[in-house]
Design a protein around this ligand. Sequence first.
Ligand code: GLU
Length: 374
Amino acid sequence: MKKLVVKIGSSVLTLENGNPDHARFKAFAKDISQVIEKGYAVVIVSSGAIAFGSSIAGKALAPVSIPNKQVLSSIGQPLLINEYMTNLKPYRKVVTQVLLTHEDFIDRQRYLNARKSMELMLEKGFIPVVNENDAIAVDEIKVGDNDTLSAMVAAMINADRLIILSNIDAIFDKDPHTHGDAKPINEIKQIDQYRIFEDSKSRYGVGGIKTKISAARQLARIGISTTIANGRVENIVTRLVNQFTQENGERLGTTVLAAQKKINGTKKWVSLLLKSSGSITVDEGALSAVLKNKSLLAAGIVNVSGTFKQGDVISIADVRGREVGRGITNYSGTEIEMIKGKKSSQINSSLGYFKGDEVIHRDNLIITPSIPIR
Ligand code: GLU
């Protein structure tokens, strides 16, 4: 069973006045049903809760602060789910609601629980509609945007592809608003070479290009392709799915191709955690060991930055400051500060205890293409 995650943004689902665009939901439900009939399992990641909540609350509660948005989302989320339920019912599709926060990804047990539950939903042919749990998500525990959330969900359920639908047709080679000759890019083979988009997000005049590219890049690293397309185009998901399976045909949107084969298990869990808590710099010797899929030991660590504790995900950087991998650390930042450069046999005398040879065990470590640390 092929699994698709389809992320749809508020801009596509909302009318000018902030109300839900019923016609759009209706068309989207038909589109999704068609894709399911073709044998795909679909997870929808849908925004719109805060926008719809605002349309009800009006002036009484403006979406200007986190507390206000928390309340607005709790007004809008049931409306959002209701749109999906009502519009998918004629196709005999059952909708489930899944509300997640960043914590559900960083806590291993919660992550596994969420994944298992979603897998069962898909197995039963239900359609999970996922959103951030905005009602309780204050800044510290927020994923923050649904592009990122959709990438995390795609990784979690081991999707075959992520489709991000917004109000742009594609990613262009230049700012289409200021360059008449800007051309849409149909396919990006090596996303890490397209740093230009991240730097020039505001100049593109299209909000959120940065998070879309970053979501696609993150997935490319673990072997999942992403297609960014216009959610206002009729039957867009069905057409994209046809496009994926046919050599010649339409070329809609921009597809960011997976940079490697799919990675499974713990390593994927590590890499999809988009916020690393800190980083350690390693010397040449440790770098080449890590690149050969060996565990990271204290001896090769030359520097520590950030505040992190045992069990956190941290970046591994080379001496030029480029991220080479990520992993779950067995030692806190403070501990690593005390044992860096030392042999395993010296750890006990430095700390007064010993938690193991590996600062990051190879099973909890993933190599990432070289990119500057954010
Ligand atoms: N979770 C937000 C909402 O439903 C949307 C976040 C986003 O648009 O990225 O309103």
